[in-house]
Design a binder for this molecule. Structure first.
Ligand code: NAD
Length: 248
């Protein structure tokens, strides 16, 4: 059955890969992006080429008005939502906590925690049957960092993702009776540009050799888990924190 899916931060990386995989299923995808319009249009074009429908929606996942607008635009264009991938996230350059500024901490928690909670809240409002929705699936993109703690580099990021895990656990219980499933996917080291944006290009390849699989994951391998959780094949799965980490 065809689905309507909103994916935040889908211009590149894991979000883009998930969008294209949705396209391969013939689904309709709202591709949210914050800055790179051209890259978002490319994702949308690739979704269409794969067999789906796509629109792009600019908006900052950490800004309440933008989040509400991206859900409204998705509904105007495609109709009632079936699923949301709360994927937008950031890292920052490697530092110990003692050296982190309050500004850095605030931005990390604004995007990765406030952003995730706002997107999840809006999803709850739109999908819950008692609020006029038809149920659906929310997939939160967390990280194995939430159980590792990421000392000496990303202790702030790890904490932000622990909050995302807790959101999945709690919200799955609130929304189970509303026919909404909520799960988190926790990637390990994945070969995307996020590492370069954190000042460590090549980090995934460098550290990936020390994982049980001896390599980093690819965005498409994380996308498979995300799309499974969006699909009806996972109809009895909710409240799961699914590590997709090559055994890390
Ligand atoms: P990426 O940097 O390629 O993609 C992240 C996307 O989010 C980008 O398109 C970026 O523009 C967007 N984004 C950032 N802030 C935003 C905001 N405020 N509003 C809207 N969009 C915003 O990285 P990725 O690896 O594809 O990351 C996707 C998710 O996977 C993130 O939540 C990340 O924390 C998580 N993750 C990644 C890895 C990894 O090794 N790559 C590991 C674990 C978890």
């Amino acid at each position: 059955m065809s689905k309507i899916i909103l994916i935040t931060g889908a211009s590149r990386g894991i979000g883009r890969a998930a969008a294209i995989l949705c396209g391969e299923r013939g689904w309709s995808v709202a591709v949210n992006y914050v800055g790179n319009h051209e890259a978002a249009e490319q994702t949308a074009e690739d979704v269409r080429k794969a067999g789906g429908q796509a629109i792009t929606i600019q908006g900052d996942a950490a800004v309440e008005a933008d989040v509400i607008a991206m859900f409204d635009k998705t509904k105007q264009q495609f109709g009632q939502l079936d699923g949301v991938v709360v994927n937008a996230g950031i890292v920052a350059p490697s530092l110990q906590l003692a050296d982190m500024s309050a500004e850095r901490l605030k931005r990390m928690f604004d995007v990765n925690v406030l952003g995730a909670y706002l997107c999840a809240r809006e999803s709850a409002r739109r999908l819950s049957v008692e609020r006029g929705g038809k149920g659906g699936s929310i997939v939160l993109v967390s990280s194995v960092a939430s159980r590792i703690g990421s000392p000496f580099e990303y202790i702030d990021y790890a904490g932000s993702k622990a909050a995302v895990d807790t959101l999945a656990l709690g919200l799955s219980k609130e929304l189970g009776p509303q026919k909404v499933r909520v799960n988190a996917v926790r990637p390990g080291l994945v070969n995307t540009d996020i590492h370069a944006s954190g000042g460590q290009p090549g980090r995934a390849q460098r550290l990936g050799v020390n994982t049980p699989f001896g390599r980093p994951g690819e965005a498409s391998e994380i996308a498979e888990a995300i799309v499974w959780l969006l699909s009806d094949a996972s109809s009895y799965t909710s409240g799961a924190l699914l590590d997709v980490s090559g055994g890390r």
